[in-house]
Every structure is written in C-alpha cells, then in structure tokens.
Write a new protein. Structure first.
Lengths: 427, 107
C-alpha cells in the first residue's frame, strides 16, 4: 500500500470512527475540547505510524486505545486539569476510572455497544446545546459528529477556514464556560433540547437542499450528511416521534435531489419534476420512518406533519394526482402546531391548487405585512405565480422581478427573471 | 454514494461468526450506513435474451463460482469508506471472495 493509499484509508477510518472516539473520550474526561484534542493526537499518531507499520486490524480500536492512553498521561501529569474536572462537577466514576487506568489496552471491551450509543447521544445533545447559536451548533455537529474537517465545513458554507475554526473554538469555549455537563438532558428539559438538535440537523439539510447563496442550486453532500446524522439519531432515541418525522421528511426530500435540478443546475419545481427520477428506495425509507413516528401514538409535531405532506407528494404518481385538499389540511395542522408565516405561505400554495388561485392569493396577500417575510423571495414568487394564473401579467411580472432581486441563489434568480420576462411577453 | 458489496465465495459461518456479523450489521444500520442486505438463493433462474427473445434456465449453474451469495447496499461518503467497511466485513467472514461496486443513481 502506498503512503497516499494509507492516508486515504486513515481518512476513511477517521470519518467512520471519530464521533465514537470523541464521544467516549468526552465522557471519560468530561471535557469536550480535551476529548477532541486527544482524538486528534491519536489521528496524528496513526498518520505517522501506519504508513510504516501497516494499518492495524481494528483501526478504530487502535485509535481509541491510543487516545485513551494519552488521556491517562494528561490526567496524571496535569494536576490542574484534574482539579478543573472536579470543579466542573464531573466525577470520574470508579468504573470509568478503571476503564481509563487499568482497562485493556487494545480492546473496546470497556465500552460496550450500548455505552457507545449513549456517548454518541450525549455528544449530539451537547454539540447542539441551546446556549450555542444555530450556526455554532451546525459547525460543531458537522465537526464532532460528521467527522468533517474545518476546511470541508468552510467549503460547504462558502466561508473561510479561519471563520469556521474560530466558530468551533468559540462554541467549545462557551460550553466549557457555561459548564454544560456531558449528559443526556433530564426529562423536563428533553423536549426543548431535542428540538435544538433537530433544528441543527434540518438546517444542515436545508443549506444543502437550497443553498442560500452561490452558484449551485443544491449541495447534495450536505443533505446526505444531515440524513446520516438523522438516521443515527433515530436509532439513538427511537421513542421520539419528531426524530422519525424529521428523518422521514429528509428521506423523501432527498429522493427528489436528482429530479429537482436540470442539466445546467437550474431548479425544477416539484410539479414539473420527472417523477421517474425520484429515488424509490429513499421514498420507501421515508414512508417507513413516518410509520415509526405515527406508531408511537402521540399528537403530531411539526416534523411529522411536514413529513406527512412530503409523503402526499411522494404518493402521487403524477403532479395531477396530488391530493391538494389533504395537503392544504395538513398545512392547516402545521399552522396550529408551529405557526409561522412560511408555513402559511405554503398553505396558500396548497389552497390555490385545491380551491383555485383566487383563494390562495387571498391568503398570500394577508401575509404581505409580515416583517419576517419582508426579504423572503418566495412571497413575491408565489404571488407572481398566482397573479399570472389569474391573468394579471403586469402585476405578476413586478412580483417575479421583486423575488429575483431578493434571492441570493443565482440559479433561482435566473428562473425568476425568466418568468418575469415571460409575463412581459403576454399582451 | 452507494456501493453494492457482494460475496461470491466464503466459509460457511459458525456461531461466533454469526454473532459478530449480527453485531456488525446492527452497528451499520444504526449508523445509517446499511440500506439493505440479504443472502441469495443459490439455485435461481438464469435469464438470457437474444434480440428480445428470452430464455430461462433453472439453476444451479456450472459456473457457480461467479454467483453472488450475499449482498449489502451501503450509503457512504467515499469509496475509501466502502473499502474500510468491506475490510471489517472480511475480518469477520475471514475467508472468501467478493466485490465492491459503486451504484449509480441517487447523486
């Protein structure tokens, strides 16, 4: 194996294993930054040793035990660190201490599979703690749970590497300063904390699904990363309907990734997509995830309702077969569980499809004064569409032009400008 | 990206191998990596077509060496990750033969 091949193999091992390693170390040391440093040290050791010695048979276990040895060294050497851990209220329980100090050097025996799962869940809750801003949660999640490098995150978000590096450092400092324990939240806090995790995952997904800026309409790799995180979370907390709802929503939206961009990367609206290009495997997984959510028998939350809407579209063999009255009703439910102008705008679209553009336009017009939608390009875009359908091209043209001026996505802007031009072409 | 991993030859599994493989499959499912997996009936029916004319032949076949015994469809971020998973699979399965092929489709 050449050195380059070994490095690529190490890279793959790291992506597959780093979350588990960091999560395990965070529990042992109670310190997220230290855990990540120790894991990185182990990676550096692998990069220097494996090209000569060959890749060990269980590379993940090798990385974990190397990092654990370094943790022991650090704890023995650093009185202050031990004291700090004490001050943080963290107790290295006897069992865990035994695992660190006396544990078998080269096996994962000290960490059974259940424990690893618990560690990953703790890591997810801490990385998405509500004391962090949404963008900090996103960066930390991609870094710690996705195993992405700072550079990869920066490229995905069209940011510079120092910006992302700083965001991650600040986030870790904030967690340390606020003494956020490495724990799964208690029952009373759990719903709010889970919402914070789900929000971060869905933000990653959405940034991939419709890039907020830049030349590409979508960056599918971010969608797949969010999907992977969601599927992982679904196995870690199987009793949470909203987790399955989010997974269902992302599976079904991902199923359209191939169909929703034309050859030049231009967006193709849902109703114009070639449904033969939808990914049936992901659709089926989406159905299954929604069923899992519904079987838990709780009143539907916002992700479950949105997944149900996505399922409606996925079930329609053609755009004309779409059950619009049902979708309009689901948007009404969504407005009740998660009121917001964006959901209301989507309801306007569904109502227009079910009961005619005039009814839809009424709802859309009622949103005109909403401060949250003031710079949201989809409001004028929807109004433009409805006005065009109602045979009011001049007004429609103005709306499309306004929408084009508001979006930062270049592909979307091109479509909106074309639609504006088409309105102008009519007498 | 998706990869189809297949085996065309391998030791018959003993109990320990079954247990380890069970754990491995569970772990990959939990990580959202494993999309589908299964074993294939060695008998099967061969289909050959010539100019749209279909001929069916019942197995087993003389060239059974090429026949797929089991498969796993995985969702990973790179070919290297797929290779890493295949290495782990063969550490459990120990002796045999198989292939890793990218599946074109969703991306």
């Amino acid at each position: 194996m050449t050195a380059a091949e070994t490095h690529r193999a190490i890279d793959a091992v790291w992506r597959l294993e780093s979350a588990r390693i960091i999560a395990g170390l965070a529990r042992l040391t109670g310190d997220l930054s230290l855990a990540e440093d120790l894991a990185q040290d182990a990676l550096v050791a692998a990069l220097s040793q494996w090209p000569g010695s060959g890749i060990p048979p269980s590379p993940g276990a090798w990385l974990m035990s190397t990092a654990r040895h370094r943790a022991i060294d650090r704890l023995r050497r650093d009185e202050r660190l031990r004291r700090n851990l004490g001050q943080l209220g963290h107790e290295l329980q006897a069992k865990q201490q035994a695992a660190v100090f006396d544990g078998p050097a080269d096996t994962e025996a000290a960490l059974d599979a259940g424990e690893v799962q618990d560690d990953l869940l703790r890591l997810m809750f801490v990385a998405c703690h509500p004391v962090l801003s949404a963008e900090a949660r996103v960066a930390l999640t991609l870094r710690l749970l996705g195993g992405l490098t700072t550079d990869e995150i920066a490229r995905a978000y069209l940011a510079t590497e120092p910006t992302i590096a700083q965001r991650i450092v600040r986030a870790k400092r904030a967690l340390a300063r606020k003494q956020i324990p490495f724990e799964v939240p208690a029952a009373g806090e759990r719903a709010a904390r889970l919402a914070s995790v789900l929000e971060a995952i869905y933000l990653i997904f959405n940034e991939g699904y419709t890039a907020t800026a830049g030349p590409d309409w979508a960056r599918p790799e971010l969608c797949y990363e969010a999907l992977r995180l969601g599927r992982m979370l679904a196995e870690l907390s199987p009793d949470e309907p909203e987790v399955h709802g989010l997974v269902a929503l992302m599976e079904i939206q991902s199923s359209r990734l191939r169909a929703r961009a034309g050859p030049a990367g231009q967006p193709i609206p849902l109703l114009e997509q070639n449904r033969g290009r939808w990914d049936r495997l992901l659709i089926r997984r989406g159905f299954a995830a929604l069923l899992r959510a519904e079987r838990l028998g709780q009143p539907p939350g916002p992700y479950v309702v949105q997944a149900a809407i996505a399922v409606c579209h996925a079930q329609a063999a053609s755009a004309a077969d779409t059950d619009w009255p049902r979708i309009a009703a689901l948007y009404q439910t969504l407005a009740a569980v998660a009121p917001g102008p964006v959901a209301e705008l989507n309801r306007a679209v569904a109502v227009a499809m079910a009961y005619g553009p005039a009814r839809g336009l009424e709802l859309a017009d009622a949103l005109a004064g909403q401060p949250e939608l003031r710079r949201y390009h989809l409001l004028p875009s929807v109004r433009g569409d409805l006005l065009a359908k109602l045979g009011r091209p001049a007004e429609a043209q103005a709306e499309f032009a306004r929408a084009a001026g508001l979006t930062r996505n270049e592909q979307e802007r091109a479509v909106l400008l074309r639609r504006a031009a088409e309105c102008g072409g009519q007498p | 990206m998706r990869f189809l991993m297949t085996t065309t030859a391998g030791d018959p599994p003993d109990e320990e191998m079954m247990t380890d493989m069970g754990k491995f499959v569970e772990e990959l499912t939990r990580a959202g990596v494993l999309l589908a997996t299964g074993g294939l009936d060695p008998v099967g029916t061969r289909v050959t077509a010539s100019g749209g004319q279909v001929t069916l032949t019942d197995g087993p076949f003389a060239e059974a060496k090429e026949a797929i015994i089991s498969f796993a469809l995985v969702d990973v971020r790179s070919r290297d990750e797929a290779i890493e998973l295949a290495k782990r699979f063969w550490q459990i399965a120990r002796t045999g033969e198989g292939a890793i092929q990218q599946v074109y489709g969703p991306e």
